[in-house]
Design a binder for this molecule. Structure first.
Ligand SMILES: Cc1cc2nc3c(=O)[nH]c(=O)nc-3n(C[C@H](O)[C@H](O)[C@H](O)COP(=O)(O)OP(=O)(O)OC[C@H]3O[C@@H](n4cnc5c(N)ncnc54)[C@H](O)[C@@H]3O)c2cc1C
Ligand code: FES
Ligand code: FES
Length: 1331
């Protein structure tokens, strides 16, 4: 037997330092290697699947053929270390740090306030850095493209873009330099801005980019690449061998010897298969050095493109050819450039290979349908023989042949090729449908010689439409031919089985219609001799709207706020736009999140095992195999819990781990059953897969609210509020209307998944819990109860969270309890960090709600009676559902004075994962129902919705429906201000003019108010404490109850302490939130953090200030440090606590009255959208948001909260659809669940803080800001609805119609009821969405 070649040495550079591995494990990803081996934790793991960009690094490679060094951004979570052999990797730590020199990219993003929780920031920094390495003076388009693969859940992207814009040519001309032709002047309102108006940042003070300062590519790599180019490389891991051949023959032989081995180029298919589908390969073949696969050969008829080229390389090549070749020869190339440009994000396109996309034959392949219509050929090797075959043949053969190259033919005069793609999000999302269409005309005629149509999205192979094509071929291209073709197409695809069948079939018709318009338009536009006089009729302007793209130019927005009073002390930072205190360290990757904590000696990793069944008895949990698996320390089941095995809320018990034969059953898919602890994450995961759970299914699980209503399955208490005489009012109104709307749930999608580390201290049963959570003392209490120890033995530490949004309260606590049991049992530190999929599965989200309403109104639009019923899907446990329902009901009036109002709500119990609190806490669902009701009233009366809103709005001193008196003056002011700032009246007119002139694009505009109660209605939660120490050197350490999750609470508390003590901000430090420093905290939630903690910090500082008074009196001109030194010597205590006893809010449900909140935050938002009625795609053209937040303590932090919450709302109402089927979640990560990306930002986003507002109920007259503007994201929903209504008018439909939330392209397109959607019979759509 031939001796096995030993493993080669793997080498690459990281941040200028050489890394070598003699025993490289091919299964290790670059991300794991960076974080665990090199301890470079700046690069974050957000999803692990290539969809979020938090793990972005720059890869630099030397290309021997061109002798060039290329730099590209890539997702390190999908790259295996063997893929970067010979490359130089730059991580966020490699470009700058706060100790030596911060890089301009890091500085600009941080100082433009583009970092809130900061978890996404290193990824954005690296995407932008890479762009600047390739393009030091980028255009805005380049920036948008470069950032399209990165997700941020906090900022709403505007400040990130503003930071990046400072590098861009256009913005260099206009950052406040007054140039009349600058890009800022495109925003008409910017002209009106006072030059002295306060600004959020001053870009002129930022360090300029100096490309000479960048790390050079290591010369050693160039030498090694040249020397070793001809040697086969082999890396042997424990389970996998990685081979990189150098010749085609060797590659072919390797494939023959290892028929199951995948070829690995970008690994964007293979990586996720290994990680998420547990696919195992003994051998992986990397053909990256087989030059035939990277060759480009031009022929007179087209170009042969090496299959190994990345998508980005293919796009660049084709773009070049489009510029060089005559226009008519590049129809196919242009279609491919457009299509590839929309495929995934740049990090994926930069590594994903052309051949890999073709060969992997995914239904979502963006290129296969285009290649199929383009008559493209593949050069393949099979059985040692090189052949040329049509693309369609290879795709259906699936992975049997090795693709060497792809032939892309030129097109000829009279040939048109188009690519279409419809996706749930405008960028970085797999397409729902892809279409390639190509037509060839007989010379000089409009007679169709040939036509090809291929559809993607229905299965591995693009599906042709031969019957439809046959209907058209040989005939004249005109409306009559096409109208017959639509019927044939419908018939040809009558049996497709897929999700959203109705939408997909209508979309097929719409896309063919778009092609029809394109063909007509292009033939005229081309003005070729052969076509002159062939098509005489101009495409009517209204029809052209079918092929015009939606606008996409982002313009700078306005952020307007009041400056500080002129007499305010210079050192007093309150009211100034102070940068988030950790923004710089977040941008450099130095900021430490829970999973960045160094590994502790003997540390274990915990993975939870969840139920595969929805409703079943657990008959056995067999952990034997798992327990014996490699590296496993233990398996934790419910029996191991020494203390309380359940948590009790509202009298309902929730088990921490499902019990075997005790509580008898699991009641949802994803319920936690047991947990495996092992010496590494990999070993814990492998062992977890070995746990065998046997179930006995129980009958009749409940999935939907309707089923739960029928079976009367709900959690107590149900709530009801009523004022006036509703029945009598209904009897006396002019009109009564009844309607219903469904609002889907929402995943929190904080970028940092649930993370914790529990460390036994070693004596007296003490535990340190390092955790990413919003309510440390709840975790402390739950852990203590679970371990049956007093609370004083458990200390919870929260340094910061990578976002939370209400999702790091109760569910985090349960996970912490299980982790603590593991730590207690094994006596070792245990870390638990959920993967994105586990997090989405286990932790629940916002409650989906069905809202039913009945409204009684007069001819003049006045609403006199309304009855609203909220039915929420709580899932399998109670969690905080009753409180969510309460807040929903308390907000059901929103901004309207409805004299006779009845609202009721119930949390229904189903076999779905339990839902929990989520930013806004029921208000976003509750108000949407009432606003939808108002839209319906407007539609019924044929009047603009804003008029009905205005007629019914609270005015002056008012009473809510629970008899709470308040003054609505600021609500009215916001309304008027927003109308004025948005030029609402004239834009409504322009919108209606646009709609008259355009058949297939419609605009919509809406004006939506919010009245949001700040604080907790459970009075005991309205409290906070603070502890302030002044040390001998004069430095100040502030501790308080608020947990930093990106909302900037530490920054604001630093400002408060600095103001109260009269010291500069730099003297004040906040290290963490700890139950040891300040006990018994309330949650950081309900927009109440600053109100409560601010007062506590203020009180503590005032105590200290008073103690220092005698010393200050003695030497008033002395320095702070000397006063402190004096105080110490005079034995004055330099430590003080502050305690804020918040408002005694209460709600007397039996009496249907109360004062659940101390005050309201008001706001009004105007959004305008443009909708493509043929596809349901839309773009938010402009948003103007006016919010009354009193006197802002920190306008940059507050505006950041406002914009971020707005975008979270925009996601809730328009893009974020959770897919469930029969209780099983199908949204496991960013590829299946679409939070807004940079492409979803309003093209113009203006925020104005209402001036001269005060608030006696909160610190420094400020107001809570974290949640209120979330609901204002619904202005986009209502603008879409307005646009849909305009489309329906063209179909002679004038009545109110149903548009559920989220108004995804599917929902909006179907609601438009165009001739195409109406052609498709509505069948039993197997839509995966459960309410
Ligand atoms: C987050 C994310 C988003 C994505 N979005 C999109 C999208 O919007 N549109 C889209 O089309 N795709 C998308 N993809 C899929 C993927 O990027 C592409 O299909 C990609 O082109 C695959 O190439 P690769 O080099 O990464 O394949 P690899 O994972 O390296 O290989 C994939 C498979 O193809 C085989 N193979 C590779 N090259 C050859 C060859 N030359 N001959 C024969 N077999 C070969 C391999 O054996 C392997 O089985 C996405 C992927 C991710 C992770
Ligand atoms: S963690 Fe790599 S893309 Fe999300
Ligand atoms: S700052 Fe972007 S995810 Fe938090």
């Amino acid at each position: 037997m031939a001796e096995q070649k030993k493993s080669d040495r793997l080498y690459f550079f990281v941040n200028g330092n050489k890394v070598t591995e003699d025993h490289a494990d091919p299964e290790t990803t670059l991300l794991t290697y960076l974080r665990e081996k090199l301890k470079l934790t700046g690069t974050k793991r957000g999803c692990g699947g290539g969809g979020c960009g938090t793990c972005t690094v720059m890869v630099s490679k030397y290309q021997p053929s061109s002798k060039e060094i290329v730099h590209f951004a890539a997702n390190s979570c999908l790259l295996f270390i063997c893929q970067v052999h010979g490359a130089a990797i730059t991580t966020v730590e490699g470009i700058g740090d706060t100790k030596t020199r911060i890089h301009p990219v890091q500085e600009h993003i941080a100082k433009a306030h583009g970092s809130q929780c900061g978890f996404c920031t290193p990824g954005f920094v690296m995407s932008m850095y890479t762009l600047l390495r390739n393009e030091p003076q980028p255009k805005m388009d380049n920036i948008l493209e470069a950032l399209s693969g990165n997700l941020c859940r906090c900022t709403g992207y505007r400040p990130i873009l503003d930071g990046c814009r400072t590098f861009c040519q256009e913005s260099n001309c206009c950052q406040n330099n007054g140039d009349s032709d600058s890009c800022l002047s495109k925003n008409e309102n910017i002209d009106k801005l006072d030059d002295d108006a306060p600004k959020l940042f001053n870009a002129r003070a930022f360090a300029p980019l100096d490309p000479t300062q960048e790390l050079i590519f290591p010369p050693e790599l160039i030498r090694l690449e040249t020397e070793n180019a001809q040697e086969t490389l082999t890396f042997r891991g424990e389970r996998v061998t990685w081979v990189s051949p150098v010749s085609l023959e060797e590659l072919v032989q390797l494939r023959k010897d290892n028929p199951d081995a995948p070829l690995v180029f970008g690994c964007t298919i293979i990586g996720p298969l290994i990680k998420f589908r547990r696919k195992e390969y003994a051998v992986m073949i990397s053909p990256m050095r087989v030059h035939e696969l990277f060759t480009v050969t031009h022929t007179p008829d087209g170009v042969w493109v090496g299959a190994g080229l990345t998508m980005s390389e293919v796009k660049s090549l084709l773009q070049r050819l489009v510029e060089e070749l005559p226009f008519e020869m590049t129809e196919l190339f242009r279609a491919l450039v457009q299509q590839i440009g929309q495929l995934a994000g740049p990090q994926i396109r930069n590594v994903a290979s052309f051949g890999g996309n073709i060969a992997s034959a995914r239904s979502t392949s963006d290129v296969n349908p285009i290649l199929a219509v383009g008559n493209c050929t593949l050069r393949v090797v099979s059985a040692g023989e090189t052949r040329e075959i049509p693309v369609t043949q290879m795709v259906s053969a699936k992975e049997k042949d090795l693709i060497i190259s792809v032939f892309l033919p030129h097109t000829t005069t009279g040939e048109l090729v188009r690519a279409f793609r419809q996706a749930p999000r405008k960028c970085n999302a797999f397409a729902t449908i892809i279409a390639g269409m190509r037509v060839l005309f007989n010379e000089g005629t409009r007679e169709v010689q040939d036509l090809r149509i291929y559809w993607g999205g229905f299965g591995p192979t693009p599906v042709g439409a031969p019957k439809t094509c046959a209907t058209i071929i040989g005939r004249l291209w005109d409306d009559e031919t096409l109208s017959q073709a639509y019927d044939v197409l419908l018939e040809e695809f009558s049996t497709i089985s897929s999700n959203e069948v109705h939408f997909r079939r209508s979309l097929m018709l719409s896309l063919l219609f778009k092609f029809h318009l394109e063909v007509q338009h292009r033939l005229r536009e081309m003005d070729l001799p052969v076509f002159q006089n062939v098509i005489t009729d101009d495409l009517p302007a209204a029809m052209q709207s079918g092929i015009k793209s939606l606008p996409k130019d982002i313009q700078p927005g306005i952020q307007e706020f009041q400056g500080v009073p002129e007499d305010q002390a210079e050192w007093d930072s309150v009211g100034h736009p102070i940068m988030h205190r950790s923004a710089l360290s977040q941008a450099t990757g130095e900021a430490v999140y829970c999973d960045d904590l160094p590994i502790i000696d003997n540390e274990l990793f915990m993975v939870v095992v969840t139920s595969d069944e929805i409703f079943a008895t657990l008959t056995d949990i067999d952990v034997t195999q798992a327990r014996n698996a490699r590296g496993v320390a233990d398996v934790i089941t419910s029996r191991d819990i020494p203390g309380k095995k359940v948590r009790t809320l509202y009298g309902y018990k929730e088990e921490l781990l499902a019990e075997n034969k005790v509580l008898l059953c699991v009641s949802c898919y994803g319920q936690m059953v047991c947990a495996v602890v092992a010496d590494s994450m990999t070993n814990a995961k492998r062992a977890a897969a070995l746990v065998k759970i046997t179930y006995e299914k129980l009958p009749n699980p409940v999935f939907t609210v309707e089923e739960a209503i029928e079976r009367e399955e709900f959690f107590e208490p149900r709530r009801r509020l009523e004022r006036g005489d509703v029945e009598e009012a209904f009897a006396n109104v002019d009109h009564v209307y009844e309607g219903e709307i469904r609002i889907g749930g929402q995943d929190h999608f904080y970028m940092e998944t649930q993370s914790m580390l529990v460390v036994p201290v070693g004596e007296e049963r003490e535990f340190n819990v390092f955790i990413s959570c919003q309510w440390p003392s709840l975790t402390q209490q739950a852990v203590a109860e679970t371990l049956d120890i007093p609370l004083n033995r458990v200390t919870c530490h929260v340094k910061r969270m990578g976002g939370a949004f209400g999702g790091k309260l109760t569910k985090t606590t349960i996970l912490a309890c299980i982790t603590a049991v593991a730590a207690w049992k094994t006596k070792r530190a245990v870390r638990c960090v959920l993967t994105r999929g586990e997090d989405m599965l286990i932790t629940g989200g916002r409650h989906p709600v069905i809202g039913k309403y009945k409204v009684g109104y007069m001819d003049n639009g006045k609403i006199l009676a309304a009855e609203v019923e909220y039915c929420a899907n709580a899932g399998n446990t109670v969690d905080e559902s009753p409180a969510v329902i309460e807040k929903m009901i308390c907000h059901c009036d929103n901004a309207y004075n409805i004299p006779n109002l009845r609202a009721s709500g119930s949390a229904y119990k189903t076999n779905m994962p339990s839902n929990t609190s989520c930013r806004g806490f029921g208000v976003p669902q509750g108000i949407l129902v009432i606003e939808n009701m108002i839209s319906d009233v407007a539609c019924k009366l044929g009047r603009p919705a804003d008029q009905i809103r205005e007629i019914n709005m609270y005015n002056g001193p008012s009473l809510t429906h629970y008899k709470f008196p308040f003054d609505s003056e600021n609500l009215q002011l916001c309304w008027e201000e927003c109308k004025k700032r948005s030029n609402f009246r004239s834009r409504c007119w322009e919108v209606s003019l646009f709609n008259q002139r355009n058949r297939w694009k419609k605009k919509g505009i809406s004006l939506i108010p919010i009245k949001f109660g700040v604080g907790f209605s459970e009075s005991f939660l309205n409290q906070a404490g603070a502890l302030v120490h002044i040390y001998k050197d004069g430095s100040v350490l502030v501790s308080h109850c608020g947990a930093e999750m990106g909302q900037g609470i530490h920054t604001k508390m630093q400002q408060v302490a600095s103001k109260e003590l009269g010291v500069p901000l730099s003297k004040v430090h906040i290290s963490e939130t700890s139950t040891a420093a300040v006990p018994n905290d309330g949650p950081s939630a309900a927009s109440f953090g600053t109100d409560a903690n601010g007062e506590a910090v203020k009180l503590a500082c005032q105590t200290l200030y008073r103690r220092l008074e005698p010393i200050r009196q003695q030497s008033p001109n002395s320095a702070w440090e000397l006063w402190i030194d004096d105080a110490y010597k005079q034995k004055i205590s330099l430590s003080a606590t502050g305690y804020h006893r918040g408002p005694d809010s209460c709600m007397k449900w039996d009496e249907m009255e109360g004062q659940p909140y101390p005050y309201f935050t008001y706001g009004v938002c105007c959004s305008e959208v443009e909708l493509d009625c043929l596809t349901g795609d839309y773009m938010t053209l402009r948003t103007d948001l006016v919010l009354d937040i009193g006197r802002s303590i920190n306008p940059s932090v507050d505006i950041g909260q406002i914009e971020g919450a707005f975008m979270l709302g925009l996601g809730l109402y328009t893009t974020e659809k959770l897919n469930f089927s029969k209780g099983k979640l199908y949204s496991w990560g960013p590829s299946q669940y679409h939070i807004p990306a940079v492409c979803d930002m309003p093209l113009q986003f203006n925020v104005y803080l209402l001036p001269n507002s005060t608030n006696p109920h909160a610190i420094y007259s400020s107001k809570g800001v974290g949640e209120p503007s979330l609901f204002l994201g619904s202005s986009v929903f209502f603008a879409i609805k307005d646009a849909v209504a305009a489309a329906r008018v063209d179909s002679s439909l004038f009545e109110p119609f149903r548009l559920d939330s989220p108004s995804t392209p599917e929902n909006s397109c179907v609601a438009c009821a165009t001739s195409f959607t109406q052609k498709v019979p509505v069948n039993n759509d197997v839509s995966r969405n459960e309410f």
